[in-house]
Design a protein. Structure first.
Length: 282
């Protein structure tokens, strides 16, 4: 069973549930429906787990070429492709049914859109186009919107800001991963920006996205969704991220710098998600 569990990429699912919780709590404005909260978490966790299993199925041949993925269960044969497909399908059905019966149709549609983008567009296109990162960032921006819409049943400015800032956050986050694991991506022939366009150009893109993310993140305060504690924390950590992104042009070890950018990107999004529940403007 542990191999099936690992097939769902639990760390990715957990990370996305953190952003889902932030979106849910932002829309709740201090009045939390805990039953709805756990129903939404459970439903989307199953859908995301399903998407990750489908992704593992699609990537199983490519994963053989990468050091960090060569021991996955579908690569080593511990789980058959047929069983993986059945498992993924079951998770998707259960997750969608949970959201359908316990949330609202808008939430179901948003979750279905994210599933489609990740499984069909991202998983199938990332090996063929440099825009795979952008496509993946759209899918990764869906969880907080699902959480938000489960409460509000509306796609308003709050949902728009959440979606935008998560898209902008994921671009430098993914580029940092590509730099940190540059050799793996090169061996697998995945056309990520550092390989296709070069590391220097990637660093320029990362600075632009980091600055854009910080500007988008503070919009939650300017549109009166969050208070000044959120603004202060987001600005301080955001400035640290901007500073580190600029250090990339002085750094001699791009992989080490990529690792630091990856780590700080995680600190950035975790800080944002943790401070939101404590500084919501009701």
């Amino acid at each position: 069973m542990i191999n099936y569990y690992l097939l769902t990429k639990p760390k990715i699912v957990l990370g996305n549930l953190v952003t889902l919780a932030a979106g849910f709590l932002l829309a709740s404005k201090g009045t939390i429906d805990f039953l709805l909260f756990f129903e939404t978490l459970f439903g989307l966790s199953l859908i995301m787990a399903s998407a990750c299993v489908f992704n593992n199925y699609i990537d199983r041949q490519m994963d053989k070429k990468m050091e960090r993925t060569k021991n996955r269960a579908l690569v080593t044969g511990l789980i058959s492709p047929r069983n993986a497909l059945l498992f993924a399908t079951l998770l998707e059905i259960l997750g969608t049914a949970t959201l359908y019966f316990f949330t609202n149709l808008l939430t179901v549609y948003v979750a279905a859109f994210g599933f489609f983008v990740y499984v069909i567009l991202y998983s199938l296109w990332k090996r063929h186009t440099i825009y795979g990162t952008a496509i993946g960032s759209v899918a990764g921006a869906i969880p907080p919107v699902v959480g938000y819409c489960a409460v509000s049943n509306h796609f308003d400015m709050g949902a728009t800001i959440l979606f935008t800032l998560l898209v902008l956050w994921q671009m430098p986050h993914f580029f940092a991963i590509a730099l940190y694991h540059f050799d793996d991506y090169s061996a697998a022939g995945i056309p990520v920006l550092p390989i296709v366009k070069g590391i220097s150009r990637t660093k320029i893109h990362m600075i632009i996205y980091v600055i854009s993310f910080v500007l988008a993140a503070v919009m939650l305060t300017f549109f009166n969704y969050t208070g000044y504690i959120y603004l202060a924390v987001t600005t301080l950590v955001g400035l640290a991220w901007i500073w580190l992104s600029m250090q990339g042009f002085k750094n001699q070890n791009d992989q080490l710098w990529g690792k630091k950018m990856y780590q700080l990107s995680l600190l950035m999004i975790i800080s944002l998600c943790l401070v939101i529940p404590f500084d919501i403007v009701s």
